[in-house]
Design a protein. Structure first.
Length: 63
């Protein structure tokens, strides 16, 4: 059971690559027009608005 816990922590909890990927995704997808930049900004806000509560519940009640 300890190995499974280490595996889950390494992939989902303490993974620096996943933690910084969402922020870099917006940076790498720099758009040339304001319309697409606003759309990308709303997409990031939407994704974070859904994933942050799910991550909170997973971290506090599952892991």
């Amino acid at each position: 059971m300890e190995y499974l816990s280490i595996f889950v922590k390494g992939i989902f909890v303490e993974n620096m690559i996943f933690a910084y990927f969402l922020g870099m995704c917006s940076y790498l997808a720099v758009s040339k027009t304001v319309k697409t930049a606003v759309g990308l900004g709303f997409a990031v806000i939407f994704v974070l608005g859904i994933t942050v509560p799910i991550n909170y519940l997973l971290e506090n009640f599952v892991l």
